[in-house]
Design a protein around this ligand. Structure first.
Ligand code: F6R
Length: 260
């Protein structure tokens, strides 16, 4: 597990974008797992720049998003379909047939979740999964007490997560209670995982995920068992880590061949 404390969220986002670009350059048909929310926005901005200015080619890339609200049509401004097309897809040369986002309007939700798992497997599995983290330690929408073996399924959001996400909805609009989300087990099968967590509001969650015990009460903590997991923080989200000096020392002294 790698913990990198960056001087700013933008520096962390640039690093994440470089990691993603590295995967795509090494394997043009890479399968990327993508996240929504505030944290990945600067990563997507940098990927767009890399596409426009440096020719980063997404034409053969396949994407799978982590989650979607149940009941929101794709054109709804707070849907994750809308978010992904606005923040990334329409600015790069990704092929729309290779973009996958859970279907929040599916009539048969369990069948749709199983089909999502099958599509990930058929694509050859996820090469790199980008994640954010909730203030309660959730990854994707696997709230505390989610099974660490869970697969794509319906989940009920906690009131805390609904409050945290209210800013993405118009004033007075209800945040849905239900979502479709990849499971913790699904995420753990990605070959590489990069988790973003910025700002003081994420400091407790980062402490619990990185230095606390592995527990279903902090779903992100299971990444301690992942062979290639990288946590990208800024100074504020790293403020409570006991081993912060050590993580900084490790990063500053990385051998050249290990650098992104
Ligand atoms: C979004 C997702 C969520 C967010 C998390 C943090 O696809 O799966 O787990 O990553 O809620 O959201 P932000 O980045 O808005 O703080």
């Amino acid at each position: 597990m790698e913990v990198i404390i960056n001087p700013s969220a933008q520096a962390a986002a640039n690093l994440a974008a470089r990691k993603i670009a590295g995967v795509v350059r090494a394997k043009p048909s890479a399968v990327l797992g993508l996240a929504t929310g505030g944290s990945p926005v600067p990563v997507y901005r940098e990927l767009i720049r890399l596409h426009q200015e440096e020719g980063l080619d997404f034409s053969r890339v396949t994407t799978f998003n982590l989650d979607e609200y149940i009941g929101l049509r794709p054109s709804h401004p707070a849907s994750y379909h809308h978010f992904m097309w606005e923040c990334l897809f329409r600015h790069i040369n990704v092929c729309s047939e290779r973009v996958h986002i859970p279907d929040g309007l599916a009539h048969d939700i369990p069948a749709s979740c199983n089909a999502y798992e099958t599509a990930i497997r058929d694509a050859g599995g996820i090469d790199l999964q980008l994640l954010g983290i909730g203030t309660d330690g959730h990854i994707a929408f696997n709230e505390p007490a989610s099974s660490l073996a869970s697969r794509t399924r319906i989940k009920t959001l906690s009131e805390r997560t609904r409050r945290d996400n209210a800013s993405f909805f118009a004033e007075g609009e209800e945040v849905p209670h239900h979502v479709i989300t990849m499971g913790v087990g699904t995420i753990m099968e990605a070959r590489e995982v990069v988790l973003l967590g910025f700002g003081a509001a994420k400091a407790d969650a980062m402490l619990a995920a990185i230095e606390g015990p592995v527990t279903q009460m902090v779903p992100a903590s299971v990444l301690q068992f992942h062979e290639r997991a990288c946590f990208l923080l800024d100074d504020a989200s790293a403020a409570k880590l006991q081993r912060a000096d050590y993580y900084r020392h490790v990063f500053a002294n990385k051998p050249g061949w290990q650098r992104v």
